[in-house]
Design a protein around this ligand. Structure first.
Ligand code: COD
Ligand code: ATP
Length: 210
């Protein structure tokens, strides 16, 4: 079966993954949004609700997962988070396979996966793009969000690999501490580089993905 070149898009909380994912989509690149898939499966009538309710009683309602309630339990305790993840990750994997079948003919596809490095998904992609901005920019963005507190931000950061580690493992880093226009130009340049067959531009052959 043919399949696209798969670009894993990741980055720590508030670094601009969603914004950059939208920029890839605007360039016509199919994007698999792991968070959106999880939210859909946790929403009204979502397939994960019965299992989550059984494992974490009182954290779901007919309208879906009570995110604040479930978040308070799992972000404070890694073992609880691991219990939630084993319910969620296989279902995300099935959705990802379906996405690849749907977009088998595309030259390039993006997997937007917040925890790509933390959960070992980096081996399933051809190259990794990390979005990154200075820590103070990240902090400002995150603390401006509704319902976010310095404590919750600290808890979430502690669950994620440091930004510097992510950058060091990336094949490509996209700077989101600059203007949206500059970030958009970096996304376009990367798409062009990855989708132009070697020799097409008369320039040097493109380097291998890894
Ligand atoms: C517990 C839930 C309901 C709380 O929802 P809430 O809307 O309050 O937070 P949200 O989902 O926006 O996450 C906030 C931040 O926490 C980070 N985060 C979410 N899940 C995890 C996790 N398993 N490990 C580390 N960080 C996480 C996200 O990257 C994000 O930056 C939700 O985060 C969840 O279901 N998490 C587990 C699912 C998961 O592992 N998702 C990752 C993508 S596959
Ligand atoms: N150059 C830039 N690139 C990306 N985002 C930018 C840039 N400049 C400003 N921003 C703003 O920063 C914010 C980034 O938020 P976004 O939701 O994309 O982050 P995220 O990494 O997906 O967050 P989370 O991991 O919490 O879901 C947006 O409000 C966006 O408009």
């Amino acid at each position: 079966m043919t399949r696209p070149i798969i670009l894993g898009l990741t980055g720590s909380i508030g670094m601009g993954k969603s914004t950059v994912a939208a920029m890839f989509a605007a360039q016509g690149v199919p994007v698999f949004d792991a968070d959106a898939e999880v939210r859909a499966m946790q929403g009204p009538g979502g397939e994960l609700l019965p299992e989550i309710e059984a494992a974490f009683p009182g954290t779901t309602a007919p309208e879906g997962v009570l995110r604040d309630k479930l978040g308070a339990v799992v972000f404070a305790d890694r073992d609880e988070l691991a219990r939630l993840e084993v319910l969620i990750h296989p279902a995300v994997g099935r959705r990802r396979e379906a996405f690849l079948i749907e977009h088998a003919a595309a030259p390039l596809a993006v997997f937007d996966i917040p925890l790509l490095f933390e959960k070992g998904g980096a081996e399933r992609v051809d190259a990794v793009v990390v979005v990154s901005a200075p820590a103070e920019v990240q902090r400002e963005r995150v603390l401006a969000r509704d319902g976010m507190t310095p404590e919750k931000f600290a808890q979430i950061l502690a669950l994620q690999l440091p930004d510097a580690t992510k950058r060091s493992r990336a094949d490509h880093v996209i700077d989101t501490g600059v203007s949206l226009e500059e970030t958009e130009a970096a996304v376009s340049a990367l798409v062009a580089r990855l989708t132009t067959p070697p020799g097409d531009t008369g320039g040097p052959p493109s380097s291998p993905l890894r």
